[in-house]
Design a protein around this ligand. Structure first.
Ligand SMILES: *Cc1c(COP(=O)(O)O)cnc(C)c1O
Length: 509
């Protein structure tokens, strides 16, 4: 029997009854998993923030095929600890200061548990009325917290004319929010100018607009040559200039093109620049352009009265997106999109196959969210946001934003106290943009850039802190984004000490 492989032997053994949702097992394993997660959070500070593994590290340490026979949860968790965790960059580490942090909370985790547990696929109202209606309520709540005008809300509607109100929807990411609104704007325009003129549609943003915008424009069929990303400069803190936008649009109109859509940003990714909404809306309104505001990160701060002015003029725009998965403790993925005319979204994105037809939808008295998004299936994600809003209340969420901003200001103060460093733009939210630029070196820009690259590489290689960089106006800068949920003052101070130590070593060379 020496030639009989283990697989054959395995196959011949009885497997026992298979119950993928055995409730006793569910209870004990889920408890075990919560303990595992709590321990992970507890130990997270001891791992290198930025993973130190090499590409392909995992493939070589795992079997080539899935197991034929079941494995125990203990064995699997053991592999997670030994093989997966070392290959992770720990976004929830209190020493994570890269990109924009992805914030989390107990409440959102519990909401996610429910969302996953119910597993409703709420593509239309009838598929799970609560999923649709809770989403409408939560989006209205958040709209009210942001003091958005009623024109973005469902509230006040009687259910007879649901097609005529504004309202919000949960998308996965900003990219989807932009694609959906862009397609709505496109179809509205094509009705007027004719589909044969598709190649005349022009869209606008700035060189600081998130890169996903260009992707969305391409997906929506905008010619790459018709995507205008207007240059910004340090003297306006990298905000889009209304007069330059006007000139660009007028030149396109003079060329016989049709201005379609502009994406403005409240809190750009590189430096948290804020485009002046009111003045830009004046320009866009003159040409009937769809105005979208991308407030993926900065928008969350606007639940605090002292930041709300960044949204001044919001009543004049067509749509707004904001990602609570960034700064409102909500876990990925959660992007809120509000639109004034959902009917345009529905017109562009609705489908009506026989197998989804039902009386409430046909009475036009309900919202069918499948017509507000790219896909059909959708999760009951509003539970996550609902639990966050209810469990913490507006007061605590404001405290959370203010605490991150305070820590960023503290870091900014530390940087300013060391004359070898400079702050590149004033710190507005919780991102500090700075670089090493010791005047005594009298170096050229190339040398300064190299110095900063080396410093950042060294800091990240220690595994004790993770920061990222950007280049604006041709200048290489380091970004220090405060906001990981577990970050405290001591982590910010320790990060600064580490950066200083790196600078000391570099400048001695
Ligand atoms: C992070 C970010 C995005 C991408 O957002 P996701 O919804 O997380 O994909 C878009 N725009 C800005 C300004 C951002 O900061």
């Amino acid at each position: 029997m020496g030639n009989v492989g283990p697989t054959f032997t395995d196959c011949s053994l009885p497997l026992g009854e298979f119950k993928p949702l055995d409730l006793e097992e569910f209870r004990s394993h889920a408890h075990q998993m919560v303990d595992f997660i709590a321990d992970y959070y507890k130990n997270i500070e001891s791992y290198p923030v930025l993973s130190q593994v090499q590409p392909g590290y995992l493939r070589s340490s795992l079997p080539r095929t899935a197991p034929y026979r079941p494995e125990s949860l203990e064995t699997i968790l053991d592999d997670i600890n030994k093989r997966v965790v070392p290959g992770m960059t720990h976004w929830l580490s209190p020493n994570f200061f890269a990109f924009f942090p992805a914030t989390v909370s107990t409440a959102a985790f519990l909401g996610e548990m429910l969302c996953t547990a119910f597993n409703c696929v709420g593509f239309n109202w009838l598929a799970s009325p609560a999923a649709t209606e809770l989403e409408m309520v939560v989006l209205d709540w958040l709209a009210a917290m942001l003091k958005l005008p009623k024109s973005f809300m469902f509230s006040g509607i009687n259910y007879i004319c649901v097609q005529r109100t504004g309202g919000g929807v949960l998308q996965g990411t900003t990219s989807e929010a932009i694609i959906c609104t862009l397609v709505a704007a496109r179809d509205r325009a094509l009705e007027i100018i004719g589909v044969e003129n598709m190649s005349k549609l022009v869209v606008y943003g700035s060189d600081q607009t998130h890169s996903t915008y260009t992707k969305a424009c391409k997906l929506a069929g905008i010619l790459p040559g018709n995507i205008r990303l207007i240059n910004t400069a340090v003297d306006t803190n990298f905000a889009l200039s209304p007069s330059v936008l006007r000139r660009t649009i007028e030149a396109d109109v003079a060329d016989g093109l049709t201005p379609l859509y502009v994406c403005l940003t409240v809190g750009t990714t590189s430096t948290t620049a804020v485009d002046p909404l009111s003045q830009l809306a004046d320009v866009a309104a003159d040409h009937g352009i769809w105005i979208h505001v991308d407030a993926a990160y900065g928008g969350s701060a606007c639940i605090c009265p002292e930041f709300r002015h960044y949204l001044d003029g919001i009543e004049r725009v067509d749509s707004l997106s904001l990602g609570p998965h960034k700064w409102l403790l909500s876990y990925l993925d959660c992007c809120c999109l509000w639109v004034k005319s959902p009917s345009l979204l529905v017109k562009a994105l609705s489908t009506n196959p026989e197998y989804l037809r039902n009386k409430p939808s046909e009475s036009y008295s309900v919202v069918d969210y499948k017509d507000w998004q790219i896909g059909t299936g959708r999760r009951f994600k509003s539970l996550r946001l609902w639990l966050v809003l209810r469990s913490y209340g507006v007061a605590n969420l404001q405290t959370h934003i203010r605490s991150d901003v305070r820590m960023a200001k503290m870091f900014e103060g530390l940087v300013r106290s060391d004359r070898r460093f400079e702050i590149i733009v004033p710190t507005r939210f919780s991102l500090v943009c700075f670089r090493l630029n010791p005047s005594f070196l009298r170096s050229g820009p190339k040398r300064i850039e190299l110095l900063n690259r080396k410093l950042l590489d060294w800091v990240n290689s220690t595994g004790r802190v993770y920061m990222t960089h950007t280049i604006v106006g041709g200048v290489y800068i380091m970004r220090f984004a405060v906001g990981a949920t577990l970050t405290e003052d001591r982590h910010v101070v320790a990060a600064w000490e580490l950066i200083k130590k790196g600078a000391d070593a570099l400048l001695k060379l």
